[in-house]
Design a protein around this ligand. Structure first.
Ligand SMILES: [Zn+2]
Length: 467
């Protein structure tokens, strides 16, 4: 018999492997941070023993979801900035908050976002932290990812202009300084948390970066191996601003400055011309689809079906809790499929399997981690979650993928494992006091709203102050 650390038996295993195999009575063996083997329970029982054996009868096991775009600290503004277009929303809500947030608040509010990602089956997140000049704020968000147990890529945003757009001074630095800080973060944190964390670069948005800034980010990415992510064409304003600055639209400008490449993860991509799509294909970029955020801000419907048909890598994402009001990847799976069906007036244009592919394999490929995560296979990281069927929302179950995409909610996520470590069991976090964290975060958000002046947005609506 072969001894492993964790052995899960009698689960319905949705592997998301190349053949999309589903094992109706499957078992999975975990050794350290990796999947040692998986197969039919009867066969696996004859080979493996473990100190920790879990009978998962009646439950379904899925590879962890990959949330490739969020702003973890934005839990701070959940419920404050309702019903505004994005340009107004950033100035009224997120910028004033970012200007005064302190490291302790950034830590607690990011941790809330991490906990909800885990509760909704996400095991990997890519965070897009604002370009704040206080290094302690970056350390605080990174610490929240590490303490939560998630796998994460933390991206340091580069913003070197945009004063006329209301971007506060604390969010603008010379490109050289910001990139030096990103390199410092990479040296300090790459591989932290037993290999769970790495560092990447982010460009805030086209109207907050100069042309030398664009070129410098690309050079830094080439030298360091860091990926680049960027908000691209979330609204029509991006192209208006780019035309004003350079007489060119956003994506042609990114193409000409060499920013686009296989290591570039374009976020939103709601307003795309045929030429834009063609340039993306030529540079093999990846795309982050944020259906809930796009609906919330009224940004539009991203042409994800067309982008996917062109062979581009598509990942699913929540965006920050400021423009979503939660971090629920299960909700995102459902809306991701539904929004495309509405846009095409065709219920078959995205099927449940396609949505799950974007949330697992697609996101992994977009991050350049397809050999590590995104499906359940021997040698891959042990990142997965167990779904229990018996909630009124989900019962009865027949097709596991349809249940997960259309009928499951956070109460169905019973167990979450990241890097071989059980982080949640029977719906309870094993390593963190969730109740305490939520109370502390509520208090922190109240104080922050008062200092940021965003509390005044509630004047006509009434304030809920539970602590
Ligand atoms: Zn965003």
């Amino acid at each position: 018999m072969q001894k492993v650390d964790l052995f899960i038996r009698h689960a319905l295993v949705v592997t998301q492997d190349d053949q999309r195999r589903i094992l109706e009575d499957g078992a999975l063996a975990v050794k350290a941070d990796r999947i040692a083997a998986l197969g039919p329970t009867a066969e696996m029982d004859a080979v493996f023993t473990a100190d920790r054996v879990i009978d998962a009868s009646g439950r379904a096991l899925f590879p962890g979801l990959v949330n490739i775009h969020t702003h973890l600290f934005q839990s701070a503004v959940k419920g404050l900035g309702e019903d505004m277009p994005v340009e107004q929303w950033v100035q009224a809500v997120t910028f004033p908050t970012a200007r005064v947030i302190n490291p302790e608040e950034a830590y607690l509010l990011s941790l809330v976002s991490c906990l909800e990602n885990l509760r909704s089956g996400a095991t990997t997140v890519m965070d897009f932290m604002y370009s704040l000049d206080n290094p302690a704020l970056h350390d605080a968000v990174i610490q929240a990812i590490l303490d939560s147990g998630l796998r994460g890529r933390y991206t340091r945003t580069i913003v070197d202009s945009g004063e006329e757009m209301g971007i506060p001074a604390v969010m603008r630095q010379p490109v050289k300084e910001a990139l030096a800080h990103a390199r410092t973060l990479q040296n300090r944190y790459n591989g932290a948390g037993d290999g769970r964390l790495d560092i990447g670069l982010a460009i805030g948005v086209i109207w907050a970066i100069t042309e030398p800034g664009l070129r410098a980010v690309r050079r830094c990415a080439d030298e360091t191996g860091m990926t680049i992510t960027m908000h691209v064409n979330e609204t029509l304003f991006d192209n208006v601003a780019a035309q004003q600055r350079w007489g060119r639209a956003t994506i042609p400008m990114l193409f000409e400055t060499g920013v686009l490449g296989p290591d570039f993860i374009a976020v939103h991509c709601v307003h795309m011309t045929d030429e834009d799509i063609e340039l993306f294909v030529r540079r093999n970029v990846a795309v982050a689809y944020n259906p809930v955020s796009n609906m919330y801000l009224g940004s539009g419907i991203a042409p994800i079906v067309q982008l996917a048909r062109q062979g581009l890598r598509i990942g699913l994402a929540t965006d920050g809790s400021g423009s979503n009001n939660c971090q629920d990847m299960l909700e995102t799976l459902k809306f991701g499929a539904l929004l495309q069906k509405v846009g095409h007036m065709d219920p078959s244009c995205v099927v449940a399997q396609q949505a799950l592919d974007w949330a697992t394999r697609g996101g992994a490929a977009a991050l350049g981690l397809a050999d590590q995560i995104g499906s359940l296979a021997p040698g891959k990281k042990a990142d997965f979650f167990l779904v229990t069927p018996f909630t009124a929302k989900a019962t009865p179950v027949h097709d596991p993928v349809a249940t997960l995409v259309y009928s499951a909610g956070q109460p169905n996520v019973e167990m979450v494992v990241v890097n071989g470590r059980i982080l949640m069991e029977n719906g309870v976090f094993t390593h963190l006091n969730e109740t305490q964290i939520l109370h502390d975060a509520q208090r922190a958000a109240q104080n922050l709203a008062r200092r940021a002046g965003t509390e005044k947005l509630l004047e006509r609506r009434g304030k809920w102050r539970p602590v």
